[in-house]
Design a binder for this molecule. Structure first.
Ligand code: MG
Length: 397
């Protein structure tokens, strides 16, 4: 996976929207705009780190906006006199982290969503520069001295949004060139790439991803907050069986348990984690382990099943989904599961990046009936519940 850093530009002084404070520190729904913006990227599986460019006088405000976030958030970078200078400073500071990709985002767009972030990052698989755009719905007039001079054909007009995505070395080089040329002043980063003749690929932006510029924007955003995202609950189930073969341990939910047999399989044969992974794929109708990691491909020989689980939960989070709970039942006569239950819950919580209270592990025997009863193998079943942004309405448009 490419190393992708988000650079949030929060060095602006604009107080039009924020009352006495720069708008990125104004409160929306009781929370600072910048906190909401950082949070939008925080859990995204395609984002490695996040850095913020701030104005030198705003350190205290920044601390307040950022203290809830962990070490995925890099220390703040001091901005310059213009937006362009601030981005330049940010890119210089990111050199030390050597990212492959950088997403440059306005702090005043707190409603960027996980799917939009994904579209920009995925666009960079095949392009050097990616811009999210939305069509313009208003009729556009050219006006001179208070008189309409022309109606502009809007079918070719789009509004540019952020995050704008780039191959890091490319945009760094372009900003360095632009910094040397004092006549160049750009209001966004794609403009720099355009001037240099770089192809900029457009992906679909989002109407919710509006920039908060005026006090009225803040008021509208505040009104819209309640209705902003509705979530629906999704449930997925998974089931798996692996047979025993001679060996000295089994791996269940990532925990190695000494035993007088082992489970046969192409990967590490973690039957419980496989059931759980399929349950997660099930929540978003994304096939199963076999379709993402075909067993006939040699690269998955002996693979840690955590790779599969992380992939599945990554797809959920790419859609803006949040894990609610998972419940795994392991079915066997032996080994005994109880003594390892807490270690399994801890390991799954770590892999799923969630609290252990959301993870249940249960065990049962089958009263010596059937293949599990005859100690021929282990079966596992799992259920996962997630909460997913409701996209139903958009489809109806
Ligand atoms: Mg399996």
């Amino acid at each position: 996976m490419p190393k992708t850093i988000v650079l949030i530009v929060a060095a602006g002084k604009g107080v039009r929207a924020g009352g006495d404070l720069p708008k990125q520190y104004a409160r929306l729904g009781g929370r600072m705009v910048l906190s909401t913006t950082i949070d939008a990227f925080m859990d995204h599986p395609l984002i490695t780190k996040i850095a913020t460019v701030i104005s030198p006088g705003d350190m205290e405000l920044y601390q307040e906006a950022s203290n809830q976030f962990g070490d995925r958030l890099l220390p703040p970078i001091t901005g310059g006199k213009t937006r362009q200078e601030s981005v330049y400073n940010g890119l210089q500071a990111l050199k030390a982290h050597a990212p492959d990709l950088v997403l440059i985002h306005d702090a005043a767009r707190p409603f960027v969503d996980a799917l939009l972030i994904g579209r920009v990052v995925h666009g960079l698989n095949t392009h050097d520069a990616v811009l999210p755009t939305i069509p313009i719905n208003d009729t556009i007039k050219q006006v001179h001295g208070g008189q309409v001079t022309k109606t502009v054909d809007r079918s070719k007009l789009f509004a540019a949004q952020t995050p704008q995505g780039f191959k890091f070395p490319l945009i760094l080089g372009l900003h360095e060139q632009a910094a040397n040329d004092k006549t160049c002043r750009f209001t966004d980063d794609v403009s720099i790439a355009e001037i240099a003749g770089i192809d900029v690929h457009c992906v679909e932006g989002s109407f919710d991803n509006q920039k908060l510029t005026t006090r009225n924007d803040m008021k509208m955003a505040e009104l819209g907050l309640g209705a902003q995202t509705s979530y629906e609950t999704r449930v997925g189930s998974g089931f798996d069986v692996h047979r025993f073969e001679p060996g000295d341990r089994v791996i269940l939910c990532g925990v190695k348990i000494p035993f007088d047999k082992q489970l046969q399989g192409h990967s590490d044969a973690d039957v419980a984690m496989h059931a759980l992974t399929d349950a997660l794929y099930g929540t978003i109708a994304e096939g199963d382990i076999g379709s993402h990691f075909p067993p006939n491909q040699a690269q998955w020989q002996g693979a840690a099943s955590s790779t599969f689980l992380r992939h599945a939960v990554g797809l959920v989070r790419e859609r803006g989904g949040k894990l609610v709970n998972v419940d795994v039942t392991i079915i066997c006569e032996r080994p005994r599961i109880g003594p390892h239950r807490d270690a399994m819950r801890t390991e799954l919580a770590r892999l799923l990046d969630t609290d252990v209270s959301r993870i249940a592990i249960k065990a049962t025997t089958t009263e010596q009936l059937g293949f599990t009863g005859r100690n021929e193998g282990i079966a596992a079943q799992a259920i996962a519940t997630i909460s997913l942004p409701d996209i139903g309405e958009e489809k109806d448009v």
